[in-house]
Design a protein around this ligand. Sequence first.
Ligand code: KG4
Ligand code: ZN
Length: 355
Amino acid sequence: MATPVILGIETSCDETAAALVDAERRILSAPLAGQEELHAAYGGVVPEIAARAHLLRLDRLIARALREAGLGLGDLAGVAATAGPGLIGGLIVGLVTAKTISLVHDLPLLAINHLEGHALTARLTDAIAFPYLLLLVSGGHCQLLIVEGVGRYRRLGTTIDDALGEAFDKVAKMLGLGFPGGPAVERAAQGGDPARFAFPRPLAGQSGCHFSFSGLKTAVRHAVLALGAAALEPRNRADLCASFQAAAAESVVDRTRRAIALFRERHPQGDTFVVAGGVAANTALRTALASLAAATGLRLIAPPLHLCGDNAAMIAWAGQERLALGLVDDLAAPARARWPLDPTAEPAIGAGVKA
Ligand code: KG4
Ligand code: ZN
């Protein structure tokens, strides 16, 4: 019997993506259309522009995914779409499309939490077992979670202000490096001196596993203002970016070290640490996390770059995991701008204030 294939749809932010993934972890097709050029002038994603672009592109992307895999909608075992968290207009476009296909072709619908997509990607790429520790670093999220099973997540820490990708994007904006900022800051940092600017390592040394990046971002802004027009000279820009990156990586390593201790307490046999999300593409961060994993005896899994950022293969795979467990949704499944993976986690606001 042929292995079941699921169509995944991702429209939660500024990537329109469709993918076909089978139950044996094969990605049959995964076309993706970015929207960078539509948002570049604004220095960030404009929700209405994003939603309209998803609407205009999604049907053709789905057709392309099917064509590339040589399949029709009738061959599918299910249809999965990101239902949240994210920008509500885009979520509605993707989810309503999935519901329509589900209804017309009588297919199981899987309304997927985008963060669960990121969280389960390492099982698609590396077939790892539960439990594992996950660091999710993207433009919208910065979280440390223990992944205990499908739908079973224990959040250890989150950001009390900006996500790390957001901080990269804002630093890029200050330095006229364009959008999205992460890759541009990384490129600009090459050859820069990471020790020239003594930027703060937010929350380093403090208890808990929360993150904070707004103070670091402000410190970069002060350095940029102090340099005036000279901040944009290549040497200064490289040093600013390298120093920012080093501070951010050190802060993440400090927080993650604490999370590893908590993971070990809860799961003494746990041996795997996964890093996912768009910022996981950053080499300085990956290198710092690889050293931490080696020092703490954990195996580090970082999915390939094209599966680190937003994509639909991770949504199709989360759909496979849920379908295998019978966790199917009905047509009433809502699109949700907010949707925490661990609903029992305390709000993080103010958590970083005390030691
Ligand atoms: O996971 P993702 O594609 O989208 C979501 O936010 O869900 O992550 C995008 C974020 C952006 O903020 C982008 O600037 C950042 O990931 N990013 C990077 C790098 N590549 C992407 N940040 C630092 N270094 C990179 N190489
Ligand atoms: Zn994402």
